[in-house]
Design a protein around this ligand. Sequence first.
Ligand code: NAP
Length: 297
Amino acid sequence: MEIGFIGLGNMGRGMAANLLRAGHRVTVYNRSPGKAEALVGHGANAAGSVAEAADADVVFTMLADDPAVEDVTLGAGGLVASLRPGATHVSSSTISVALSERLAAAHTAADQDYVAAPVFGRPEAAAAATLFVVAAGARRVLEPMLPLFEAIGRRTFVVSEQPHTANLVKLSGNFLIASVIESVGEAVALVAKAGVDRSQYVDILTSTLFSAPAYQTYGGLIARREFEPAGFAARLGLKDIRLVLAAAEQLQVPLPVASLLRDRLLTLVATGGGELDWSALATLADRDAGTGSDHPA
Ligand code: NAP
C-alpha cells in the first residue's frame, strides 16, 4: 500500500519504520527537517510538504496535540485539501474527542475516509511494533487498515464505528496511568522517608498484587528517578488530562481524581518539568515529603 506518514517524533518514527518493514511504500513528512533522514536510509521517501505526503492511499498522523493535528489536517495545504477522494486518514495522535468529531465531518464532506487509531505503549513499544491500537471507524474503512495496525502493534481493539469513541477510550487510559504515577509516587515517598529502599519497594509491589505493565514501567522509572529523556513528556500528559476532563464535562461525568492530576501536572510543568517524563510527577510527592527532588521545583 502507498502510505504517507506525518509526524516523526518519539512515537511516529518507530511506527513509520515498522510500516516500511512490513513492505509498504512509505512517504514521510515532519515539520522540522532532519527527522526523516534515518527512515530514508531504510527506504522511505521524504516529502517536502503535507500535501506531498498526502499523495497516498492512507495517511497516518502522529502529532503532538490538537493544534498540530488541526493545522496539518484542516489548515491550508492540509490533508482535507490534499487527500484524494476515497483515501483514508488514520489519526493516531492522542487528541480531543471534539477534534476527532470535527475531523470525521471534514473528511466525509471531502469524500475522504477517517479512522481514529490512538495507541497505548511508549516509544520503545512503537519501535518494537508492540503497541496496542484502539481503533474506531466505519467497518468498510477500518477493515483494510487492520494489516497496517498489525504491522505497528501486537493487538488491535476495534471499539466502535464512531471514530471519536477510540479517542475517549485512549484518554480514559491515560487518566488511569497518571493516577498510577501519582499514587505510586506518593507511596514511594512514604516508605523512602522511613528508609525503605525504593527499588526493593517497587519490586515488592510489582511481584505481588501490582504486576500490571503500568506499575512495572512507571514504578521502575520512579524507583530509578529516571525522568530524562522523556518517553512521554509531562506537557503531553497535562494535555491528555485536560482532554479527558473536557470529554467528561461534555458527558457530565465528574472525575475528581483527574481534576487533582491536572493540578499536579500543572505544578510540574509550571516549575520547569514540562520536558521531563510524566513519571516525574513523583518528584512532587518527594518534595512535599521533604525527601528531596531531582527536578528544580
Ligand atoms: P513528540 O516526540 O513530541 O513528537 C511530536 C510530533 O508532532 C513531532 O513530529 C512534531 O514535529 C509534531 N508537531 C508538533 N506540533 C506541530 C505542528 N503545529 N505542526 C506540525 N507538526 C507538529 O511526541 P510523541 O511522544 O511522538 O507523541 C505523539 C502523539 O502520540 C501525542 O499525541 C502523544 O500524546 C501520543 N502518544 C505518545 C506516547 C508516548 O509514550 N510518547 C504514547 C502513546 C501516545 P517537530 O519535530 O517539528 O517538533
